[in-house]
Design a protein around this ligand. Sequence first.
Ligand SMILES: NC(=O)c1ccc[n+]([C@@H]2O[C@H](COP(=O)([O-])OP(=O)(O)OC[C@H]3O[C@@H](n4cnc5c(N)ncnc54)[C@H](O)[C@@H]3O)[C@@H](O)[C@H]2O)c1
Length: 315
Amino acid sequence: MLNPRKVAIVGCGFVGSSIAFSLMQKGIYSELVLIDANHAKAEGEALDLSHGLPYTAAMDIYAGDYKDAADCALIIITAGANQKPGETRLDLIGKNVAILKSIIPQITATEFEGILMIVSNPVDVLTYAAWKISGYPAHKVIGSGTVLDTARLKFTLGRHLDVDSRSVHAVIIGEHGDSELAVWSGANVSGIDLNHFCEIRGHFAHAESMQRIYEDVRDSAYQIIERKGATYYGIAMAVARIAECIVKDEQAVLPVSVILGGEYGLSGLALSIPSVVGKNGVEKVLEIPLNAKESEALHSSALQLGNVIDTLHLN
Ligand SMILES: NC(=O)c1ccc[n+]([C@@H]2O[C@H](COP(=O)([O-])OP(=O)(O)OC[C@H]3O[C@@H](n4cnc5c(N)ncnc54)[C@H](O)[C@@H]3O)[C@@H](O)[C@H]2O)c1
């Protein structure tokens, strides 16, 4: 039987181990299984994390295999190659689809009935591939999507406007990658139209600022990878937030990567779209208002990902 307080992470590299650390801090699970092709690495992470238990909340953390994850409510997949300096997320596709094809059958073989969350890149393409390979219902296969990019947007806007990023309401949608877009038409600071708030703070060059902030957000992974070789803390906190919504059945709106079934006139791919997230995974994909430019950018992002998906021959 499914244990709502049990989670597994497949891939215990930078991202997987940071997610484990982040989930521990939240204290929302009682059992965490760490799985990695390098079992010794998973064992080492489990030990290291467990030594923090006297200072967090009781939980069982151990290195295991797919059988141990069979009754998990959530399996998070971060296994795979990461971007090297100069590489795009789409450059990782061959390696990471092959890894996914080796992992998912081992999960389905256990009759796992929980939710599958994909974090490995390119996350939208891999979310779609995971859905196809697993045969699971669409609402049970989620990608971390642009939850991280949206945090980066809120943070950057918060800095620009000298306001707490939690008061900023703005979202990045589309590909978690180079073709993503900011939905400026709906952006606001606690109900105050964004441009109006900018003016309150003495900023009047709206178009220029928006372009600069969008580019900063879109390219921030490249900036981080150039400096420290990988990104992991931001994504870890974004994934922990999604996991929290599932465990607590929050019905919170997050731009996770979802399998589209006709929303925005799109299907046959996964894209990051604001969706209601709860105990069943994706409870509802939302069709948010977009202006003509945003709608065009979303369709262009979808076209690019659709073309990539076609090359994978998943059907
Ligand atoms: N979605 C996002 O926003 C986001 C953000 C950052 C990184 N990522 C992605 O996360 C992935 C992991 O990045 P990282 O920096 O942790 O890489 P990493 O190299 O540090 O870790 C990858 C881990 O996966 C393991 N692994 C490889 N093949 C496996 C298999 N078949 N089964 C089980 N484990 C396997 C490796 O042993 C390694 O421990 C990359 O694809 C990266 O691009 C996504």
